[in-house]
Design a protein around this ligand. Structure first.
Ligand SMILES: Nc1ncnc2c1ncn2[C@@H]1O[C@H](COP(=O)(O)OP(=O)(O)OP(=O)(O)O)[C@@H](O)[C@H]1O
Length: 262
């Protein structure tokens, strides 16, 4: 009997970002310990683990958001498409390539249109027709176009929480990033908006690489291709989602998943 093609292992997507032996200190406190992880193209990688284990810290390293934190020191290497983002890398370009969506929706106090056009304008796009096209494309990509197309001049702050979060996603994709970082993107949303953002994340991974920090195990198992479990600044285990949840290799992972701590 021949091997069933469906049993062949899925070919791995190429590596988009790679973290190599990363140590991070806030003053004397070491928040990340020798973390190495590959982030694969057009996949959703989720970071899980108890509060304070360093998930958000690592996420912020991926677009150098920790540069602004006083007394934060980093050793090790992070690459984007093979280039070290901490060596001779233009930070503005990095933030365009690696976008961020925060826990609380944070639209700018300006119109829906201007929120989405903000990034492209910053990149020098002035032509109104071109901006209109980008705004429509980004709002469509964020699953928000139909809801806002007749009120683009109204303030982004007038939208519901779930709509605001999708507006922030539209703003992030308007500059055509390669990677989207999401820090607990649904923790401030109601269940229906949560489902919408989860579905959107799964749509977005066709075009983008996503890294999502979540406290919600069900969410991690619903949307992720792979899951990384952190504990006390260490990456304990990173595996394909089904494998990590059904057959974790490390007893600390199974203890966490079965609620024995955290
Ligand atoms: N700006 C900062 N200055 C000093 N210490 C910090 C800073 N940010 C985080 N830390 C510390 O680093 C450790 C990791 O924090 P981090 O926020 O990355 O964890 P987390 O896993 O994302 O937690 P949570 O799930 O609660 O958001 C914690 O001990 C935290 O107190």
């Amino acid at each position: 009997m021949g091997t069933m093609p469906s049993q062949a292992p899925k070919p791995e997507n190429p590596i988009r970002m790679s973290v190599e032996h990363l140590d991070l200190y806030y003053g004397d406190h070491q928040a990340l310990k020798d973390v190495s992880i590959d982030i694969r193209d057009r996949e959703i990688t989720s970071f899980i683990g108890p509060s304070g284990c360093g998930k958000s810290t690592l996420l912020r390293c991926l677009n150098r958001m920790n540069d602004m934190v006083k007394d934060c020191r980093i050793e090790g290497k992070i690459t984007l498409d093979g280039d070290d983002i901490y060596q001779d890398y233009n930070v503005t370009r990095l933030r365009q390539q690696v976008g961020m969506v925060f826990q609380r929706p944070n639209p700018f106090p300006m119109s829906i249109f201007d929120n989405v056009a903000y990034g492209p304008r910053g990149l020098g796009i002035k032509n109104h027709a071109e901006l209109e096209e980008i705004v429509e494309e980004s709002l469509t990509g964020a699953g928000l176009w139909d809801e806002v197309k007749d009120k683009l001049k109204q303030s982004g702050l007038g939208l519901s929480g779930g709509q605001q979060q999708r507006l922030c996603i539209a703003r992030a994709i308007a500059v055509k990033p390669q990677v989207l970082l999401m820090d607990e993107p649904t923790s401030a949303l109601d269940p229906i908006s949560t489902v919408m953002v989860e579905q959107l994340a799964m749509e977005l991974k066709k075009d983008y690489t996503l890294v999502v920090v979540t406290h919600n195990m069900q969410q991690a198992s619903r949307i992720s291709d792979s899951v990384a479990f952190f504990l006390l600044g260490e990456l304990v285990e990173h595996a394909p989602t089904e494998e990590l949840f059904s057959a974790p290799k490390d007893s600390r992972t199974s203890d966490y998943l079965t609620g024995r701590f955290g």
